[in-house]
Design a protein around this ligand. Structure first.
Ligand code: NDP
Length: 283
């Protein structure tokens, strides 16, 4: 038996990629913590998901991430869910606790933890661009952190309605839905402006959000989930106007920090993880 097999293993169940940035980031964290652990990327087809989870149990994996298409389907194979995963009915991080596998959702948690270090969203007004998986995760965590109001701005009304209904039914936050069909004017009194769409993601780096940029005030905290490249058009515009900002790389690092903490019981150094990611995206 190879020695590697004896190391505590964490994994990503998803689709194959040449170099998984999450793997590089998590293994950098393990090294920094002096842990002789591995994080491996495993291609799992939907038909094999039950067997893969059973295998992770049998082989004593400390946990694993799930990406599309497994975020919802994995739930029936687990023993329980954390709070935000239960609200969203979506899991991106599975954690072994005793002999149980518990599903968590760290997408929004990583973001909100990062935001909280700079500005507390409690009682604040948020404009959230997008209504997909990332937007939903962020909206749920902001509501759980006590945000007063979330304005959802989305191109497709149906997806916006689904995210709004999830917030209205399960969380204590005021909501409004705007159909994004013309340049959006950011309302006065907006404390947080967050891009949770994929606009600007590599290779479409020149794409710009359809905003009336002259309505962006210096008091508004601006954030973008797009992590490649981290200096998106929105982040650059916001900095130019004197806004405090948080880029998508910080969100990715934030969720990685939480994942490692869940699996290993100790927090890694975020700087080391960010540097590892920057190297991947620079190559
Ligand atoms: P989804 O496909 O679930 O949602 C995409 C969202 O972007 C939808 O609201 C969609 O609107 C909107 N959108 C896409 N293209 C356009 C366009 N041309 N004009 C207007 N709206 C558009 O994706 P995810 O939510 O999973 O991911 C969104 C982004 O977040 C990705 O770039 C992803 O890489 C990033 N992400 C970053 C993370 C991090 O840690 N930094 C973590 C997770 C995701 P519509 O409903 O109308 O289609």
């Amino acid at each position: 038996m190879s020695q590697n097999f004896l190391k505590p293993i964490t994994a990503c169940f998803g689709q194959p990629v040449a170099e998984n940035p999450t793997q590089v980031m998590i293994e950098a964290a393990y090294q920094q913590l002096g842990l002789d652990w591995r994080y491996i990327t495993l291609e799992v087809s939907p038909d094999d998901l039950a067997a893969a989870v059973a295998g992770a149990r049998a082989m004593g994996f400390r946990g694993f991430n799930c990406t599309i298409p497994h975020k919802v389907a994995v739930i029936e194979h687990l023993d329980g869910l954390g709070e935000s995963a239960a609200v969203m009915q979506a899991v991106n991080c599975v954690v072994r606790r005793g002999d149980q596998l518990i599903g968590e959702n760290t997408d929004g948690k990583g973001f909100v933890e990062g935001v909280k270090k700079l500005r507390d969203p409690k009682g604040k007004n948020v404009v959230l661009l997008g209504a997909g998986g990332a937007a939903r995760a962020i909206a749920v965590e902001l509501a759980l952190s006590g945000a007063a109001k979330i304005i959802l701005v989305n191109r497709t009304p149906q997806r916006g309605l689904e995210t709004k209904a999830l917030l209205d039914d399960q969380l204590d936050v005021a909501t409004e839905l705007i159909t994004w069909d013309k340049p959006y004017a950011i309302p006065e009194g907006t404390d947080f402006l967050i891009n949770a769409t994929s606009i600007g993601l590599y290779p479409d780096v020149g794409a710009q959000l359809d905003l009336q940029y002259d309505t962006l005030q210096a008091e508004t905290f601006v954030s973008d989930v797009v992590f490649n490249p981290p200096a998106t058009h929105l982040i650059r515009e916001a900095k130019r106007r004197g806004c405090e900002t948080l880029d998508g790389l910080e969100m990715l690092v934030g969720q990685g920090v939480i994942g490692v903490d869940y699996w290993a019981g100790t927090s890694p150094e975020p700087k080391v993880m960010r540097e590892a990611l920057e190297q991947v995206f620079a190559s």
